[in-house]
Write a protein that binds this ligand. Structure first.
Ligand code: HSE
Length: 306
């Protein structure tokens, strides 16, 4: 095999109570990517369609992720990458993660899979470090492993794939403003009161239990963010109105998708998820903010070969 074409899915990081550790994979939107073998060693980004992003390997999230990988293996050939960016950078649904994860997945496949998907997460994280200054894995892990993923720890790095309840759907609304992850991270205080930490880890642990027992009511009670959402919500116009509209339309819960500005909601069943999308959109219609919405199953596979 000399060439591979991939669908690199969008993802929702944090999922309210799991800042930097919890994420889930979407199916409704994603980048497309072609990875090709070349006789010259190294990696080149040859084409980017849809967004104005750097082609220089060291400045491109896909490029640095593959460079991290090639440091650990002696490949007799190199790679070139074409990216059709369908996920807008700064939208909060893992744009940089899709490119970084797709690139390492594609190269690994063309090398006959020397690395596990968990190891690929670590390489892809180098792309996130370039994009936001912080090597977080809560977008690249669900993009690579699919479903819900949990980073058990960063030092040493350990990531787990969790179970996905069968009737769970995600709704995402993306107000057309850009929030850079680095900026959204700069508003977060570095210390938190113990009382809030207790609420957060209680919710996170119970959410994991709810995923395995398919307990949608428990899942609903866990979708709270005591720590980061209060600090970031001022960056997103109409955030609390959108949350309220989602809840009233039957969502299990909602929150900031990754570092925003997209807002996600989770629902039991597609019909409810669609009602939630309409209700969320009504708020932005009133605000006069341009937006787009999508409803998605949870993609339990992750990156797909097209
Ligand atoms: N956990 C990261 C953050 C995700 O919230 O900054 C960014 O998509």
């Amino acid at each position: 095999m000399n060439e591979i074409k991939l669908f690199c899915p969008a993802t929702i990081a944090n999922v309210s109570c799991g800042f930097d550790v919890l994420g889930l994979c979407l199916d409704s939107t994603g980048d497309e990517m072609i990875v090709r073998k070349t006789p010259e060693k190294g990696v080149k980004i040859t084409k980017i369609i849809g967004q104005d992003l750097p082609l220089e390997t060291e400045k491109n999230v896909a490029g640095v992720a593959v460079l991290a990988m090639l440091k650990e293996i002696d490949s007799e050939f190199g790679f070139e990458i074409e990216i059709n960016k369908k996920i807008k950078p700064g939208s909060g649904i893992g744009s940089s993660a899709a490119s970084a994860a797709g690139a390492v997945f594609g190269v690994n496949k063309l090398l006959n899979k020397p690395f596990s998907k968990e190891k690929l997460v670590e390489f892809a994280m180098m792309g996130e470090a370039l994009a936001s200054g912080a090597p977080h894995a809560d977008n690249v892990a669900p993009a690579l492993l699919g479903g819900f993923t949990l980073v058990k720890g960063y030092e040493p790095f350990e990531v787990l794939k969790l179970q996905t309840p069968s009737e769970l759907f995600a709704t995402v609304i993306h107000p057309q403003i850009e929030v850079k992850t680095a900026d959204a991270r700069s508003v977060i205080k570095q210390n938190i009161p113990l009382k809030k930490a207790i609420m957060q880890w209680g919710n996170l642990a119970a959410l994991v239990s709810a995923l395995y027992t398919e307990d949608y009511d428990l899942l609903s009670r866990c979708l709270h963010d005591e720590i980061v959402e209060p600090m970031r919500s001022p960056l997103i116009p109409g955030f609390f109105k959108v949350k309220e509209a989602a809840k009233n339309a039957g969502a299990l819960g909602s929150g900031i998708s990754g570092s925003g500005p997209s807002i996600f909601a989770l629902s039991k069943g597609e019909a409810t998820a669609k009602k939630v999308a309409t209700a969320m959109a009504e708020i932005y219609k009133d605000f006069g903010v341009a937006y787009d919405t999508h409803v998605s199953t949870i993609n339990t596979e992750g990156i797909k070969i097209m």
